[in-house]
Design a binder for this molecule. Structure first.
Ligand code: SF4
Length: 334
């Protein structure tokens, strides 16, 4: 299927403009993500209508805690990724073998909104693997979803070009972006990426007006020093705003780090405190139960606005409003 956002080059080569890798691809080859290919001098997507998994999820599972809380989202994944994270939890669909075979079944992008409505979802989420690399599916399915009254969510590593972001400008409502570390060497060594483009994406997303939440998977001994967590929290607070929710989540062994120890709860609670001390209003602990990091607190009077148990949400009073002092919290509540 014809791909978007690429340029022809001399000698039947093509250059992809979707992500900061900017792959130059020779005839018959694929880009680093394994799902964008040069077919006789034209770029094609191998996954424009390939869905590896789709299911109904609580929107909190993305995680998004300030976007239509308590609602269901129809989650859709395809195949491929522009990162090589050694700790990937979805490596069966994200890491391509390079043989051009992609896992999944064919579903036309303009059918996804129907499935979402049949399942009584409020939104469609492009997730499980990196949505940047199945851009054409997202681009088409998102337009259809919005035309039929559904919200559109991306769960992304943030390694996207401006061209990709602006092409989706009117088709996306909310995003959760990983900020995996504040060190470029971590991005290079553990992910096969770079830090600065992710920081740039976060700032662009803020400027685009999409609802934004940020996630950091805290991996013992790799990205969990207080100094690094402070840098992440400071960046979010000063560049993205203190109302931007930050999710600090527990690592469990996966892919090439299957034997690495899991994140202990006290480390996540330390990250929670670091986020709050940096000035963030909403810091959440994920992947482990914790009383400290599960409730939404009012930034004015510090009372509880929403309780959570697992993915269950208990609101108190008007959505997004503190029941005690009536402060309106940042987010998309209905
Ligand atoms: S989306 Fe894929 S082909 Fe395009 S630049 Fe990124 S890794 Fe390369």
């Amino acid at each position: 299927m014809a791909a978007m956002l690429w340029d022809p080059l001399p000698g039947n080569q093509v250059r992809c403009r979707l992500c900061p890798h900017g792959c130059t691809i020779r005839k018959g080859q694929t880009g680093l993500c394994g799902v964008r290919s040069n077919l006789n001098g034209d770029m094609v997507s191998l996954v424009r209508d390939v869905v590896s998994s789709c299911q109904l999820d609580p929107v909190e599972k993305k995680p998004l805690y300030h976007y239509l809380p308590g609602s269901k989202t129809f989650s859709v994944g395809s195949a491929g990724c522009n990162f090589r994270c050694r700790f990937c939890q979805n490596c069966q669909i994200s890491q391509m073998s390079g043989d051009g075979i992609v896992p999944g079944k064919r579903i036309a992008p303009d059918k996804l909104w129907q499935l979402a409505l049949q399942h009584k979802a409020r939104s469609v989420a492009f997730t499980y693997n990196e949505p940047t690399v199945f851009f054409e599916l997202v681009h088409e399915a998102a337009a259809q979803a919005k035309a039929h009254g559904l919200g559109v969510i991306l769960v992304s590593n943030g390694f996207m070009s401006d061209a990709c972001l602006y092409a989706l400008q009117r088709r996306v409502d909310a995003v959760n972006i990983d900020l995996k570390s504040f060190r470029d060497d971590f991005y290079r060594e553990f992910c096969g990426g770079r830090l600065q483009p992710v920081l740039d994406t976060l700032k662009t997303v803020k400027a685009l007006g999409w609802w934004l939440e940020v996630t950091t998977l805290v991996i013992p001994g790799c990205n969990d020093s207080p100094a690094e967590l402070q840098e992440i929290a400071h960046f979010i607070c000063t560049e993205l705003g203190p109302d931007t929710p930050w999710h600090v989540t527990a690592f469990h062994g996966a892919y090439k780090m299957v034997d690495h120890p899991p994140t202990p709860l006290p480390k996540l609670e330390e990250a929670w405190r670091i986020g709050r001390e940096a000035g963030l209003h909403h810091v959440y602990i994920g992947n482990l139960p914790s009383l400290l990091g599960s409730s939404t607190l009012c930034p004015n009077c510090h009372g509880v606005v929403m309780d959570r148990q697992g993915w269950q949400v208990k609101r108190r009073g008007t959505p997004g409003q503190c029941p005690a002092c009536k402060t309106q919290l940042a987010g998309v509540w209905r």
